[in-house]
Design a protein around this ligand. Structure first.
Ligand code: C5P
Length: 242
């Protein structure tokens, strides 16, 4: 299938409070700027997206105070013909994505949104998500839950064991046809409760979203242990492709 042109949005404007806190007093750099195998976490993400020929541009939302750093450290070029832009993110993740969406080129048909904190994404998985979004409008990369799941009360008491058969963990990228994502973001204030991914906004429109099986290695770096795990995977030769 010949894929239409896509914009990639990288959400990398979080404060990374849990990461900084866990890495000790004063903390290190924000997690997306932390060193992973000799370059910033974000550089791994940019490389993976630039490897996908359909990706015509990458718009990265970074914390306001890191714009100059990002321009300098990540300027690329990552691939000829692939535009790279940095925008200042907002308070919530959806604010950051909304600002990046505003900055995208309206002529691309697909928009892929990815967490800047997931550096081990494989280009083949991005392509599969793009293909699925062409077919059904919205695609989310994820993994079936393979642990036993318990619902737990605030005092630690187990309420029940939740059947895991239909449960998946959502990751990113999440890919949408542009008109669907724009509509979802235009109505985002109507969604009640905390919005933790973009698919949630699209689901609220009643739009079908299809899961795409990704890798367990597509970890989201939340704590320094996650960063160490990514380092170990890279040292062991990730991606383990034939
Ligand atoms: O906080 P959490 O780990 O769920 O964030 C997921 C991704 O969203 C991270 O890559 C983070 O940098 C990004 N984010 C953002 N703007 C915010 C909050 C989070 O771009 N205001």
């Amino acid at each position: 299938m010949l894929l239409p042109r896509a914009s990639a949005i990288i959400a990398a404007a979080g404060s990374g409070r849990r990461f900084v806190h866990a890495s000790g007093a004063g903390g290190g750099p924000p997690k997306v700027l932390a060193d992973l195998a000799g370059r910033p976490v974000l550089a791994h993400v940019l490389e993976a997206f630039a490897r996908v020929a359909a990706v015509a541009e990458i718009v990265v939302a970074v914390p306001e105070g890191r714009l100059a750093w990002a321009h300098e450290a990540l300027a690329g070029p990552w691939r000829d013909g692939c535009r790279l832009m940095f925008v200042a993110g907002g308070t919530e993740r959806t604010d950051s994505v909304a600002r990046a969406l505003e900055a995208t080129d309206r002529s691309t048909e697909l928009v892929a949104i990815h967490d800047g904190a997931r550096p081990l994404i494989r280009p083949a998985v991005i392509e599969e998500a793009l293909r699925t979004a062409v077919e059904c409008g919205a695609a989310v990369v994820g993994r079936p839950v393979d642990h036993t799941v318990k619902a737990v009360a605030e005092d630690g008491r187990v309420i029940e064991t939740v059947p895991r058969r239909a449960l998946w963990l959502a990751q990113t990228p999440q890919v949408f046809r542009r008109e669907i994502l724009s509509q979802a973001y235009a109505r985002r204030k109507d969604v009640v409760g905390r919005v933790t991914d973009d698919s949630q906004l699209v689901e609220a429109l009643g739009q079908t979203v299809r899961m795409v099986r990704g890798d367990t290695a597509n970890l989201k770096i939340t704590t320094p242990e996650d960063l160490r795990a990514c380092e170990a995977l890279l040292a062991a030769g990730w991606p383990f492709e034939p």
